[in-house]
Write a protein that binds this ligand. Structure first.
Ligand code: SF4
Length: 321
């Protein structure tokens, strides 16, 4: 089976300037990230804030121009396409943002927000037909026909994220990228929205890139997981195995950070103080994780370890694994 989406050595570098406009340094937000996404698969992308998750999402949607690498959608090189030729890609690859409030146009009624894309992409023959499809989808995401006349500020956070999901799905995409889609919601609403997204994925058969800082959450829904740190991939593998037996010291740190409800076992998950993530403006030499790694040694500070294939779909960038 061929991947529906494939990224090869994706790179994005941001120049950082002083207030007087002089170059102060660069941030390598995404630094040689490769991945593949199979049809109907959920790929989880995990990492702390500043690891490059959101930049990667924007590169995948071509909302940012890359500084290197290739992105293939159904075998076509997306970065080689002119803006006009991107239209079918933009229809097929959609995003659900973390903050539904800032991602929805505050001056647009939901009815316009959902019918316009259908008309622009000529997926319907009339406004009435567009409205029919919109009403069906609204009901499927748990909203009513009456909600179509509302503006974004008239909804609760959870309802707004349902509007965001409807907007992402109205064009029937093949890939949905969800960037921390539930992290701005309270726990009960989070579960409802997440379940809705999984049900819709099953019904419609799209593939899903689920981006989150929460390894425990991603471990529950993803087929495979990719762990990012300072713009690099440190580990990838089948979700269950990666969570049960993390190989990279950073993945182990993430697994051990998951709160344990059982007080008897809680001490097993108490982490030694490991310090903060280094500034992306002056990343460490060698392995990006070495300043926090309890197992670091000389070689770790010299060269970044390559991402080695260990078989069984597992790849790890660590000298000691
Ligand atoms: Fe730790 Fe070295 Fe492995 Fe990096 S390469 S994770 S510093 S042991």
């Amino acid at each position: 089976m061929e991947p529906v989406l494939e990224g090869r050595e994706l790179r994005k570098v941001y120049p950082i300037k002083t207030p007087l406009g002089r170059l102060k340094g660069v941030v390598r937000a995404v630094d040689g990230v490769s991945f593949s996404l199979m049809p109907s698969e959920i790929l989880g992308v995990v990492g702390e804030s500043g690891c490059g998750k959101s930049t990667l999402a924007r590169l995948i949607l071509r909302l940012e121009e890359p500084d290197g690498g290739h992105l293939y959608f159904q075998g076509q090189d997306v970065y080689a396409l002119e803006e006009k030729a991107l239209v079918p890609f933009r229809r097929q690859v959609q995003i659900v943002f973390q903050d539904p409030f800032s991602s929805l146009n505050p001056r647009m009624k939901v009815s316009t927000m959902l019918t316009e894309p259908l008309l622009v992409h000529r997926l319907v023959e009339s406004r009435a037909q567009a409205m029919e499809r919109v009403v069906q989808l609204m009901e499927r995401v748990g909203l009513s026909r009456g909600d179509l006349d509302k503006y974004p500020h008239e909804f609760s956070g959870g309802q707004r994220q349902r509007v965001g999901i409807a907007r992402a799905l109205i064009l029937d995409p093949q890939v949905v990228v969800a960037d921390e889609p539930t992290s701005s919601l309270d726990v009960f609403v989070q579960a409802q929205v997440l379940n809705l997204m999984l049900e819709l994925m099953e019904e419609r058969g799209f593939s899903y890139i689920f981006i989150s800082h929460n390894l425990s959450l991603v471990g529950q829904v993803a087929d495979r997981i990719m762990v990012l740190y300072l713009g690099r991939v440190l580990e990838t593998g089948p979700a269950r195995e990666l969570v049960r037996e993390p190989l990279h010291p950073y993945t182990r740190l993430l697994v051990d950070s998951v709160p344990v409800p059982d007080p008897e076992r809680a001490h097993l998950h108490t982490l030694p103080p490991l310090g903060d993530v280094p500034s992306p403006l002056s990343p460490p030499s060698g392995c990006p994780f070495h300043p926090r790694c309890p197992r670091a040694r000389g070689i770790c500070m010299e060269e970044p370890p390559p991402l080695r294939d260990l078989g069984g779909g597992r790849r790890v960038a660590c000298y000691l694994v």
